[in-house]
Each structure stands twice: as C-alpha cells, then as structure tokens.
Design a protein around this ligand. Structure first.
Ligand code: SF4
Length: 450
C-alpha cells in the first residue's frame, strides 16, 4: 500500500487534525513514511495565524513540487487545514503541481480523496465547503508513544470561534463555533482510557464556549463544566487538561470546578494578549486587565500551586510604549510561568490589518525582545523555586532532547526529565526535583519509606 507523510504547522488543534487524518489513512492500509523523500503522498497541514506560517508552508510546497516532479513523478501533493481553507483553489493556480486542497471541515474526507487521486479517478481535488457535523469527525487516534502506546491524548471537543478578536483569522478559517455532544466526547475518552490513556486534553479554539448555544446552564454550571464533570467520572482516567480557554469563560462555576474535580490538574493556559485596557478593547477581547487579574486571583485561591501560562501580542496597531509597559507589568502581576509571545502579524480580512498606526517592525522586534527577557527571567525563578520539592509526574516516555532519559509532566504542566527505566512509562510517579534547565526540571524518582 502507498505511504503518506504529513507535516503539520501551527497549533495543537492542527496536530490533532493531522493525527486523525493519519489514523484514517492507516486504517485503510496506508503506511506512515518517515520523510517526504520516501512518501507516495505528502500532505502539509497548514496554519494561517501568522503570515510567516503561511510563507513557510508555501515555500515547503514549492520545494516539494520541484523535487517530486524530478525524483517521484507520481507523488501526490496536498494542502490541508487553515491556509487550504482561506486560499482554496488559488493554491493550485499558484502551484500547479499541487493535487489536493482540503479545508478545515473536510479532514475526514482526505482518505477518500487520496484514494481517488492515486487511482487516477480524479486529477485534482479542491474541497473547502462547510459540512454540518464535521466537528464530530475528528476522532481517530494513533496513540504513538515512541515505541510504546501513548499515555496522553488530545480530544477535539469543538471547532470554530465566534469571538472575532480583531487580529485573528481563525473565525474565517475554522468557521463558527460547533460543539460535539457530551456523550460522543465521553465515549471517545472512555475508549482512549481503555487503551491505556491516563491524561486527556480537551481541545478547541475556544473551549470555554463549548456547547453554549446547545446546552442550557444546569444548576449554575455551563455546558463546558458539565462536560468536565462527565469526563471526570470516567474510571481509570487520572488527569484532565484543556486548551485553549477564553478568559470570558472563567465564570465561578469553572473556578469552582478546580476545587471540586481532583482530576482537573492545577494548570491553566489563559491567553491575555495584552495588559493594556486600551489594547484589549481594540482587540475586541471582551475583558479588562482588572477582570483578567481577578480570574488569576480566584484560580490561585482555588489551587495555590497552579501553573499559569499565557499568549501575548506585542506591536498591535496603536500600541504605545505606555500600553506595552502595562503588558510588561501584567507578566509580573499575574505571575506567569511562561508565555508565548507573538509579534503582531496583519492577517487579510481582519479589522486590525487596516487599522491606522501600524507599528514598525523594528519596534515590534525590540518589544518582543524586552518582553521575552522579562518572561524568561521570571520563568527561571519559578522553575528554581521547585528545586527541593516533591512533585507527581505522569511518565510519558523518552525525553525528546535526550532519549536515554525519560520525561514526565507535573500536574502544573512542567516537564521533568529523569533517569528511569521502561517500567516507569505510563506511571504516576513521585519525583524529587533536583535542578532546572531551560523551562525544564530535573528529578529523581522518590523513594517511599513505608
Ligand atoms: S478567541 Fe479570539 S484569538 Fe481565540 S480563536 Fe477566537 S477570535 Fe481567535
């Protein structure tokens, strides 16, 4: 059977979509190739959030097309995902060697289209139409854990976003919010736990809006909290995470869920984007700095050991030095362990792209550099504060940087690397933290004296 290589750009949602497409192809007998040079089919699952991500995928495809036509004339080349959705047939017009363009509501059709192209039944396929209930079609898993079945898995609970932040292309590439049903999600989670999974991350563009339009609030609990409770009830599941939430979705019911549901780990990735109320308003984020910090205070009261990370944008149109200083001070006040910092990148069709007072590249670079410096210093202090403490980790497998060692994750989402053996894989293990690396901890398995 033919072999497939999928290269993924962008976020965890894209990683999850690629995994589901790969699993669908494997179920039909395709094998997964180790590189594009030996594959019969090469698919690029693309990201549109920043221009650089699009340019990378376009450059990669241009190189592949040149190579493929020389070395493997029959190789099938395709674009999947966000850029496929936003550019559609235009991708084939500009790169005629591309055979396949599959949008964000059509991932589950990819295997059919690849079959058709390989069999010569179709010459080119472009499918970027909307498809009702496609949000429930991302459900197959590979569970590849580097030589052993994975103990963690991502489960897609919804697609799309209605928030329309003024910088964001996601509502255009992923469409309006569509949520799966709770029984459907729970069935998938239960099946994963039956296959050895101990930690599940619930995924979506704005998970806190899950089921908002379909499921009424019950006993003060939003649909998302109802879902957390239902997943929490699965026997054998040890940990629950979710990403990405929106600060607007942190009502009292969700904060209270952190107190009530022990499997919900003490970790939150809470995108702030800016510390300036003026910028938050221009971004259409729907909260103020004070409200954001209020949520952080509530979360810390609920779980004092909580690990907090965020997303921040520098150089949004109109951002003054004073606005930027507010973002700098937010990092300290919120006490983030880490932040993903982005230089604002104008995206077509978004309101911010045509706002006046676009910020020069060198100013964005300089602010990015300064914010990174502050964040890295603070992050290092937070990691060092854990040295000498004992933490529970879930052992996932070999460390990526040093496969001779194992790695696991604390409940507050910090990676711990340690000397271990194969029997530790998949275990909930207590470790003594002995040192730090760059956003990593080093540890030794703790010896329990009964
Ligand atoms: S909440 Fe805002 S930033 Fe997040 S996906 Fe929706 S529009 Fe984009």
């Amino acid at each position: 059977m033919p072999s497939v290589f999928i290269k993924t750009y962008g976020c965890q949602m894209n990683e999850r979509d690629s995994e589901a497409v790969a699993a669908q192809l494997v179920a039909r007998g395709y094998s997964l190739a180790g590189s594009e040079h030996v594959a019969d089919v090469v698919l690029l699952n693309t990201c549109s959030v920043r221009d650089m991500a699009e340019q990378k995928a376009l450059g990669k495809m241009a190189t592949l097309a040149g190579q493929a036509r020389k070395e493997r004339p029959g190789q099938i080349l395709g674009f999947l995902g966000c850029m496929a959705q936003s550019r559609g047939r235009g991708l084939i017009d500009s790169l005629p060697d591309v055979d396949l363009v599959v949008g964000t509501q059509k991932f589950h059709r990819t295997a059919d289209y690849v079959d058709d192209l390989l069999a010569g039944r179709r010459e080119k396929v472009v499918d970027v139409e909307a498809e009702p209930e496609s949000e429930a079609r991302i459900r197959e898993h590979l569970l590849n854990g580097q030589g052993a079945p994975a103990v963690t898995a991502f489960v897609s609970i919804m697609q799309g976003c209605n928030q329309h932040c003024t910088f964001c292309i996601v509502p255009f590439t992923r469409g309006a919010e569509r949520s799966r049903s709770i029984p459907d999600i729970v069935a998938e989670c239960r099946e994963l736990v039956g296959r050895g999974v101990k930690e599940i991350t619930l995924l979506g563009q704005i998970v806190t809006s899950f089921g908002k339009r379909d499921l009424p609030v019950k006993e003060g609990k939003s649909a998302f909290v109802q879902l957390l409770e239902a997943v929490h009830d699965i026997d054998g599941l040890e940990r629950i995470r979710f990403t990405s939430p929106h600060p607007k979705g942190y009502g009292e019911d969700l904060v209270e869920a952190y107190v009530r549901l022990p499997k919900l780990v003490e970790s939150a990735h809470l995108p702030a984007q800016s510390g300036s109320d003026r910028m938050l308003k221009a971004m259409h984020r729907g909260y103020t700095r004070e409200r954001y910090l209020g949520i952080i205070r509530q979360l810390r009261a609920a779980r004092p050991d909580i690990g907090l990370t965020t997303d921040l944008i520098v150089g949004f149109p109109g951002e003054t030095e004073a606005d930027f200083s507010e973002t700098l001070s937010l990092v300290g006040e919120a006490g983030f362990d880490n932040a993903f910092i982005f230089k604002y990148s104008p995206r077509r069709d978004t309101p911010a792209a045509t706002m006046p007072e676009q910020i020069p590249t060198e100013v964005k670079e300089e602010r990015n550099h300064r914010l990174l410096g502050v964040m890295n210093e603070q992050g290092a202090r937070h990691y060092e504060a854990l040295v000498g403490r004992r933490r529970q980790i879930l052992v996932e497998g070999p460390s990526k940087r040093n496969p001779a060692r194992l790695m696991g994750r604390t409940r507050c989402n910090k990676i711990v690397v340690f000397e271990g053996s194969d029997r530790h894989r998949g275990q909930m293990l207590d470790v003594n933290i002995t040192g730090t690396g760059s956003f990593t901890l080093h540890g030794d398995p703790a010896i329990h004296l009964e």
